[in-house]
Design a protein around this ligand. Structure first.
Ligand SMILES: Cc1cc2nc3c(=O)[nH]c(=O)nc-3n(C[C@H](O)[C@H](O)[C@H](O)COP(=O)(O)OP(=O)(O)OC[C@H]3O[C@@H](n4cnc5c(N)ncnc54)[C@H](O)[C@@H]3O)c2cc1C
Length: 388
């Protein structure tokens, strides 16, 4: 195989493929290295995305959409629920096909993809990064590139090798578990969320439908809470009560960095995107679309830097991310921290107040305003983001 490229992308998830796609579209010679045998597998994700987020990158296609969701149900700790209106609709994906399609879009722009290619170090000459060291189909291989993009997910090592502090404070890490259940009765167009200390302390439990009789049923709670009782135990208890006859087809565990984006995303000629850069929405834990936005900005900036022959220009990526989503994630992070202080009683009160509104006024905005009313300190956090 060819051993010199303009850009090597480590990781073939949504962020990596999108970075490669936009860099290749702008004329760069790009290689994606993916450690697994197949792009898109194994899936460690609830697979929910919004329509408006998705169409920035790809036209929805029934081949990789398991469900189209138009409704949203939020259960308070006392079992009452509200059915807020969704401004946008969304999808539950089949990520093993979706990720594959994203990689194909990168290939269409001219990028190369190699699977079973595990990157185990950066390649340096005179302390400058000049490529990566990888085990490609079990053969040690050195591949050279001017720019490396680390899209290697939540357990990223590319950043650390380049000297970027990628630590996620334990209080910002969400511990997640999920089962793909089949043979169950659900509302196929409705996303369900459950809140409260008993079901998901400092987090939430979700049911994301995949067709009529299957769903991703998962939970994300703070690592602090998970130390006392593992996320999977909460999930098992919920499933035993709600879906006692379900068949469990898959079962996964994983972490989500529900943090602010890393302050540093670039170190000389190494850039980070997606989960590796903590580009996840800290409030929802969603990282597919946000990672793709990070990937697009990184890919475009990298190609521009090559055209200008100026690696200093890569720093522009940090500014572009901050302007596009970084500032919002800071806001969401502060809201998350304040809302995790909402106890069961307050959550019940919020649900009760919102459910008394006329149905057409039961929106996510109404929930948010009611929550602010009950926890005014959130307002201070929001003010801080705008002032700083
Ligand atoms: C339980 C759970 C549920 C979730 N639900 C949702 C949801 O409903 N909606 C949503 O938007 N987000 C969700 N997320 C978050 C979402 O899955 C991630 O934010 C998203 O996958 C990030 O994409 P990425 O490309 O940055 O990383 P990944 O998708 O993790 O891709 C990283 C890739 O890099 C590869 N790699 C790693 N190290 C190396 C190496 N050394 N060499 C070569 N390749 C390497 C990996 O094999 C992998 O393919 C969920 C996460 C979890 C854990």
């Amino acid at each position: 195989m060819q051993l010199t490229y303009d850009i090597i992308v480590v990781g073939g998830g949504p962020s990596g493929s999108t970075a490669a796609r936009y860099a290749a579209a702008a004329g760069a010679k790009v290689l994606i290295l993916e450690k697994d045998r197949d792009i898109g597998y194994p899936v460690r994700c609830g697979e929910a995305v919004s329509h408006s987020g998705l169409i920035q990158f790809i036209e929805p296609d029934t081949r990789w959409i398991a469900s189209t969701v138009t409704k949203f149900k939020m259960f308070a700790p006392n079992g009452n629920f509200i059915n807020p209106k969704l401004d946008d609709w969304g999808y539950v994906l089949e990520r093993r096909i979706f990720d594959y399609e994203l990689a194909k879009l990168a290939v269409k722009e001219g990028a190369k993809v190699v699977t079973k290619a595990y990157v185990y170090d950066l390649l340096r000459e005179n302390s400058t990064v000049v490529g990566v060291r990888a085990l490609i189909k079990d053969v040690k291989t050195e591949i050279r590139a001017k720019i490396i993009i680390g899209a290697d997910g939540v357990e990223s090592r590319v950043g650390k090798w380049a000297g970027i502090d990628t630590t996620c404070h334990i209080r910002d890490m969400e511990s997640c578990a999920q089962m793909m259940l089949s043979g169950i009765t659900i509302e196929p167009e409705t996303l369900e969320f459950y809140l409260g200390d008993e079901v998901a302390p400092e987090g939430y439990l979700w049911i994301f439908p995949k067709g009529k009789n299957s769903a991703n049923v998962g939970i994300g709670i703070s690592v602090e809470k998970a130390k006392k009782k593992a996320a999977i135990r909460y999930l098992e208890e919920f499933v035993a009560k709600r879906f006692s006859n379900a068949a469990m087809l898959t079962h996964i565990a994983g972490g989500v960095p529900a943090a602010k984006t890393l302050p540093k995303l670039v170190a000389h000629n190494v850039m980070l995107v997606g989960d590796a850069a903590h580009q996840v929405n800290p409030l929802s834990g969603g990282g597919i679309i946000t990672g793709m936005i990070g990937g697009m900005l990184a890919g475009q900036t990298a190609a521009e830097a090559l055209q200008k022959n100026d690696l200093q220009f890569l720093k522009e990526y940090e500014k572009r991310w901050q302007k596009r989503l970084g500032w919002r994630h800071e806001l969401f992070y502060n809201i998350k921290n304040s809302s995790s202080m909402l106890n069961d009683e307050t959550l019940n009160k919020i649900c009760n107040k919102v459910s008394q509104l006329p149905v057409e006024k039961q929106t996510l905005g109404a929930i948010f305003r009611t929550a602010l009313w009950n926890e005014p300190s959130v307002l201070l956090d929001i003010a801080k983001v705008f002032i700083s």
